[in-house]
Design a protein. Structure first.
Length: 394
């Protein structure tokens, strides 16, 4: 794109989440938002990592190297943002609108904004530095943690508009000095067109954890619950669909406590392949620990579980409590308590009527969390140019 071709209709969309091997739901949300910008006549350019076929994106796009979560995420973030900084300079000017999903892709945006005075829109589904107190940090991350936390909130305050995924997150940001009038709440969601509610034979005995396996996800609690479950229901099978820094540790734990043969661990899979495992399970687990970073989000899991006809058991978290209701479309268990989780799993395995009630109500609930409709709301709040919301599937 030549400099003289740039106009006020230019939208630069940035995300750190990679397409193809979908390791976080942000890429799906961001691509739907990019589609909505395109539908409204904007000139859209996407900057994002790719792990596979870039033809999955129909927009103009710039390919970036994916981040690594296996080793030093800090070094990976710095490297990613330096590459992003160099590539975005060819396109950005004061008439641009820069839409960024999460602060990891916005490290240099405040600096660029001070130079070019563009409109900066930040879409937040996680406060990433709040996770630093949960996982295993290297020495550099421990030393820099206070600065990193302050700098992330500085990036957030620098945005002209903020879209967040829960009222709990909005309240946190207000307590950190963000002006309330900048913030809009648009809950996360799922593309209901691409997730089937069909189940395979034997799915009534399947229990699944779908998504990343890092320390904040509490997957070890799920594994420790398995011996208690199989004492009552030896037919039960357990699926761990995803990868992460704690994958190997959790596989080792399953082997040590004698339940490895009851489990399937997949590591990272392409999004479409990962979702196929939902056909094998009737119960989905959200075992996230009860800490601030987890309290202010909803997680993509709950929407995928609901739309796939999978009953949900979760730690009771503030963000999830904004959209889910106990004994109606979710069951709670006590954070970090594998006995409590096992009791909830056993309850559903032994009570078909209750499980079906949760499934039916989940299917109804997820209709209000369709990415197509949510993208309309995100763009409305981002550019202040609302149109009539679309309530049916495209």
């Amino acid at each position: 794109m030549k400099a003289q071709e740039k106009s006020a209709s230019q939208i630069l969309v940035l995300t750190h989440d990679a397409i193809s091997l979908v390791r976080a739901g942000g890429v799906l949300r961001t691509l739907e938002v990019a589609d909505e910008f395109l539908n409204r006549g904007y000139n859209v350019m996407i900057f994002m990592p790719f792990e596979g076929d870039s033809n999955l994106v129909v927009h103009n796009h710039t390919k970036l190297r994916p981040l690594s979560k296996e080793y030093s995420q800090l070094i990976s973030v710095i490297r990613f943002n330096m590459s992003l900084f160099i590539k975005i300079l060819k396109y950005i000017n004061r008439e641009s609108v820069v839409f960024v999903h999460n602060t990891i892709a916005a490290v240099f945006i405040p600096l660029l904004k001070s130079l070019f005075h563009f409109n900066f829109i930040l879409d937040i589904t996680d406060i990433h530095t709040e996770y630093l107190g949960i996982g295993k940090n290297n020495l550099l991350e421990k030393i820099l943690k206070p600065f990193l936390v302050k700098y992330e909130y500085y990036i957030i305050r620098a945005a002209d508009r903020l879209i967040v995924v829960t009222h709990s997150m909005k309240n946190l940001l207000i307590s950190k000095g963000v002006l309330p009038e900048k913030i809009s709440v648009v809950y996360d969601g799922v593309d209901i067109r691409n997730v089937s509610s069909k189940k395979d034979k034997g799915a009534e005995w399947g229990v699944i954890h779908l998504g990343a396996i890092d320390r904040q996800h509490g997957v070890d609690v799920f594994i420790r619950a398995i011996p208690i479950v199989i004492k009552s229901f030896p037919e039960a099978r357990f699926y761990f669909v995803g990868g992460g820094r704690e994958l190997q540790a959790n596989k080792k734990l399953a082997l040590e406590i004698g339940v490895f043969d009851k489990c399937i661990f997949t590591d990272w899979l392409a999004c479409e392949t990962a979702r196929e495992f939902l056909r094998l399970a009737s119960i989905g687990i959200i075992s996230r620990r009860n800490v601030l970073a987890n309290q202010i989000v909803t997680t993509l899991k709950i929407y995928e579980y609901w739309t796939s006809g999978t009953a949900v058991i979760s730690t009771q978290l503030k963000g999830v409590s904004e959209i889910a209701f106990p004994e109606e479309n979710i069951l709670w268990f006590d954070s970090g308590d594998h006995h409590s989780l096992a009791n909830s799993i056993n309850r559903l395995l032994g009570d078909t009527n209750l499980k079906q009630k949760l499934i039916n109500n989940g299917l109804k609930s997820v209709i209000n969390h369709n990415f197509c409709n949510l993208a309309v709301k995100v763009v409305d709040h981002a550019v202040g140019n609302p149109r009539e919301y679309v309530h049916e599937k495209r």
